[in-house]
Ligand binder design. Structure first.
Ligand code: NAD
Length: 415
């Protein structure tokens, strides 16, 4: 079963078990609007090439659509739809007033020039002009899009409207309405979730043994925050392989090594391991921070971590989820564990609307409150209803959207 069908299945079960009207599921099983655009761009060689772009606007019952745009040769409609559903769920879990959105352009960004990427990004905004806006749908960076791309998009939108509208996208550079703390927000949010999960299991961050899969934006900063809090990073990996050391790896040195050699697996002070070995190594906390579908029925029973904190989107498939739950592993699901990014995106949008910018400390303090509150709600619900954390997070999110639908009259109230 693909990620879209798995996500729909979990939403349907949540609607049923919560006793919500079936019509709630009818609203949530498909995006409210799906736009496909054809964007013709003049390439550097003078030829015109057409790119297919998608924007999925899943559900705006709680607020404007919000979610990233990815530039990737394999982006497809089902992926964008599923990712927009996760965004709706994520925003509802952490109680930020947004609905889910996601976009993508089928392109090989790695082999395009900066000028071509700029023209494509501006073309995307022009083709979506009628359906995006600070009060309608607010894109953000995702795979192979970055603050520079967001700056071009904000500029194109502002030019079209005749005034600066920084609130149109988040994840912007600071100079054009970005927020302090946005770069590390997803990792910091995940760090707060791990902290709370540890306290529930009576584990201290001091000496906690952590393995991190994926040493990119999210994985590297998460490792750094954990190390600063006294944890031992006993293993890390990236797409070229991994490295382990029971005595602990230095995150600063790993960052240097990755910058110089391209991979953490070249780090001298440790034993080379494969990605498969990293996932099943002896540790207290495993943080998958790379790709979807890494923990599966094939390896879940070998996982030794007591806590799995899903920094990546969709790293655990349904079969593995059941195995981990039966083993008593505390799984902090993606829609909770990696929601720090959208929380600080929300803070960025609020700052843009008010034209009043916060200190990094204010951003981080408010992020901590949001993430710890969300963890507590999900954990308490899972204990009260005796359901795994993922199911608890889905049920709380669906409950919130379902209640708003009933209040707004989108569905008849349950008797
Ligand atoms: P990134 O591209 O910066 O880093 C990804 C890392 O994963 C890289 O180090 C890469 O080498 C590694 N990787 C790729 N394939 C791997 C494999 N098979 N085994 C081990 N490592 C592998 O991406 P990112 O922004 O850090 O995002 C990581 C994950 O977190 C994604 O699932 C993304 O959807 C999710 N996420 C990111 C954010 C954010 O704010 N960046 C927010 C929410 C969720």
């Amino acid at each position: 079963m693909g990620i879209l069908e798995e996500t729909k299945g979990l939403i349907e079960v949540s609607v049923d078990e919560l006793g919500l009207p079936k019509a709630v599921y009818q609203h949530l099983k498909e995006p409210q609007r799906l736009l496909i655009a054809n964007i013709p761009i003049t390439m550097d060689n003078g030829e015109v090439q057409s790119f297919t772009a998608f924007r999925s606007q899943h559900c705006n019952v709680l607020g404007p659509f919000k979610g990233g745009i990815r530039y990737h040769p394999e982006v497809c409609m089902d992926e964008v739809k599923a990712l927009s559903m996760w965004m709706s769920l994520k925003c509802a879990v952490v109680q930020v007033p947004y609905g889910g959105g996601k976009g993508g352009i089928i392109c090989d960004a790695k082999n395009m020039s900066e000028d071509e990427i700029e023209r494509l990004s501006r073309g995307f905004v022009r083709s979506m002009l009628k359906i995006i806006g600070p009060e309608q749908d607010i894109p953000a960076p995702d795979v192979y899009t970055n603050p520079q791309v967001m700056a071009w998009m904000a500029d194109e939108y502002s030019m079209a409207k005749g005034h600066n509208a920084w609130g149109i996208v988040t994840g912007k550079p600071l100079i054009v309405g970005g927020s302090l703390g946005r770069l590390e927000a997803t990792s910091r949010g995940c760090f707060f979730v791990i902290n709370e999960a540890c306290s529930k299991l009576g584990l201290s961050l001091k000496g906690l043994r952590v393995a991190v899969q994926g040493f990119g934006n999210v994985g590297s900063y998460a490792a750094q925050l954990l190390e600063n809090a006294g944890a031992k990073i006993v293993g890390v990996s990236d797409s070229s392989g991994g490295i382990a050391n029971e005595a602990g790896l230095s995150v600063d040195k790993l960052m240097d090594c990755k910058a110089k050699t391209g991979s953490v697996s070249e780090y001298a002070n440790g034993d080379k391991i494969s990605n498969e070995q990293l996932l099943t190594m002896d540790c207290d906390v495993l943080t998958p921070a790379a790709l979807e579908n890494q923990i599966t029925g094939d390896n879940a029973s070998d996982i030794k971590a007591k806590i799995v904190a899903e920094a990546a989107n969709g790293p655990t498939n349904a079969e593995a989820d059941k195995i981990l739950t039966d083993k008593g592993v505390l799984v902090c699901p993606d829609i909770l564990a990696n929601a720090g990014g959208v929380v600080v995106s929300y803070f960025e949008w609020v700052q843009d609307i008010e034209s009043f910018y916060w200190s990094e400390e204010q951003v981080n303090t408010r992020l901590k409150i949001k993430m710890t509150d969300a963890f507590t709600r999900v954990y308490d619900f899972s204990q009260r209803k005796q359901v795994p954390m993922r199911k608890a997070a889905y049920m709380l999110a669906v409950q919130r959207m379902g209640e708003a639908m009933q209040m707004r009259g989108w569905v008849k109230k349950a008797k």
